[in-house]
Structure formats: structure tokens, C-alpha cells
Ligand binder design. Sequence first.
Ligand code: NDP
Length: 312
Amino acid sequence: MSDKIHKCLIIGSGPAGYTAAIYAARAGMDPVLFTGEEPGGQLMITTDVENYPGYPQGVNGPKMMDDFRDQAERFDTKIHYEKIVKVDFTGPVHKVWTESGDEHHAHTIIISTGASAKWLGLESEKRLNNKGVSACAVCDGFFFKGQKVAVVGGGDTAAEEATYLAKLCPEVHLLVRRDEMRASKIMQERVMNTPNITVHWHTETVEILGDEEVTGVRVINNQTKEEKEIEINGFFVAIGHKPNTDIFNNWLDMDEAGYLIVKPGTTKTKIDGVFASGDAQDKVYRQAVTAAGTGCMAALDAERYLINQGIQ
Ligand code: NDP
């Protein structure tokens, strides 16, 4: 353990974490950033990103995260390729521990640990990931313009993704495992009022079909046990996300799904000097650009906190 107390310690290396680092570094806060076990976060498993402003020709997800990292390093962010596994927010100086047992202290902590999409767990889903299987319609829907797609799930995300895709695709098949949707009434009404969305009730996915790209999906009616194949090119899994916030249990307020709760309009958590940004605190927008925006906010909130505490 070093005696050094960092001014700013950032946990996570997606758009939120790196943006926080860029702002904190340029404000003279000498940030240290712990990448976690998936440096670059969710964008590392994406192919083309076409909706991030500033890349008029689009950009490959991993390349974009290399750019984010390079920009953070250009301003001397110290990057540790390690995962934080434990925190202690008892005192004014916050403590964190890495997987290898190193202890680090900081006046401010910026949490940007992100969220992970939940998957069905099928072999075919894994094999065809990024070859027609996606967990983000807003990110990847455009690649299926004019083609047939399926969405799995019955919550607000599935409803939103299905209606989004219905603007681009002639046929959208919504696969719902029960005889009702969990989504809010207004979202369900939107689904029902969209003529090119077909809802398949009591329907579960058996296998996503295709070798190099998705060509269809085999589904089963879990009541009649009848199986059928639906011809599609894109398969969108929308069964929820899990925020990566387990290590903050018992320290910070979370909603029932584990998303961190911040003071509205800020990134402040209930602990002074601890700020939350990106998907770890956002279950609604979940975009790279919104994550980057809240990363910036967190760095500015942390900077003001240090000034108010008289920490140079
Ligand atoms: P939810 O947990 O609300 O819904 C998940 C859905 O996926 C459920 O219908 C569930 O079925 C289904 N599901 C889960 N596992 C499987 C599986 N293995 N196979 C098939 N189906 C499965 O997640 P969401 O991401 O939809 O929403 C999360 C939160 O974010 C909610 O609070 C939601 O309101 C909010 N949200 C708000 C938005 C907005 O306001 N614009 C947009 C998006 C999300 P079952 O019902 O049977 O359990």
C-alpha cells in the first residue's frame, strides 16, 4: 500500500470512465483509472459505431475505445489494468482494493463500472454475436434496415427496441415468454399499434440459425410445445441489463435492479466525494455519448468537491 492519497480515482474504462479521466487530468487532479476486467467496456464487443458524434464515417468500437484511452493518457492519466473488488467509504479518505490485494486511497472516487447486457445463454447466441445477434437496437438496428428481425423480451427495453426497429425493418417479431408483457402500458400500446410488429406469446428461443450470419430463429411455444422457424437476419436480445455495482452494496443507494442512485441533475451519491457516471447509474439512455456526458459531469463535480474541501 502506498501512503499517497490520490485526488481522483476512477473505476471503469468505458466512455464514462475515460471521459472523466480526460476532464480530471486537464483540471490537474492527476487521476488514476482502474480499467476493470474488460478494458474499454461494452464497446469492445461492438463492431461499427455510427452514432457517436465526431466520427462521420463511423468507427469500430474497440478503435473508439483506443482513442478514448489515448486521449486520457495524453493528459497523464495513470491507467491500471486491474479490477477493483472492494471499497470502504467510511472516512473522508476513500479506500479501494484491487484483485491482487493492493490498497489505494483517494479523496474522490468516480464510479463508471457500466452495466452488462443479459444474454439468453445459448451457444448459437454466442457464436453469432456481432454476426446478426445484438443487445442494442439503437446501436445496431441500422445495419438491418429493410430486413426482418426478432426481439426477445417483454419489458420496456424490448418494447422500445421493437418499435425502434419497426421504423427500419418491414417485419419485427417480438418473442415474449409469457402471455403478457412486463413493459409499461404506454409502451405495450405502442407495440400493439405498430402494424409490422408481430408478438409471439408464450414463445422461447431454442436456437438462432445461421453459420456466418443469422438466417432465422427456431422458437418453441412453451404451452403447446410446438416448434417453428422464423426467417430473420437480426436477433436482438432485450431481456435486461445488470449494472456492475455489486461491490457498492451496503455503501451506496441503489434501485431494486442495482443501478446507483444519484442526486438528480448531478453525479453525487449519498457519500461525499463519491460520484457515479455512465450506465452504472443510467438504466434509461445507456448510450456511449450519454455515458461520456455523465463522465464529464462526474469529473466537474469531483473538482468542485476538492475545491470546497480545500484539497489542492
Ligand atoms: P426488465 O427486467 O423490465 O424486463 C426483462 C424482460 O425480459 C421481461 O419481460 C422478462 O420476462 C424477459 N426475460 C428475462 N429473461 C428472459 C429469458 N431468459 N428469455 C426470455 N425473456 C426473458 O428489463 P428492461 O431492460 O426491459 O427494463 C429494465 C428497467 O429499465 C425497467 O425498470 C424499465 O422500466 C426501465 N426502462 C425504461 C425505459 C424508458 O422509460 N424509456 C426504457 C428501457 C428500460 P418476464 O416478464 O417473464 O420476467
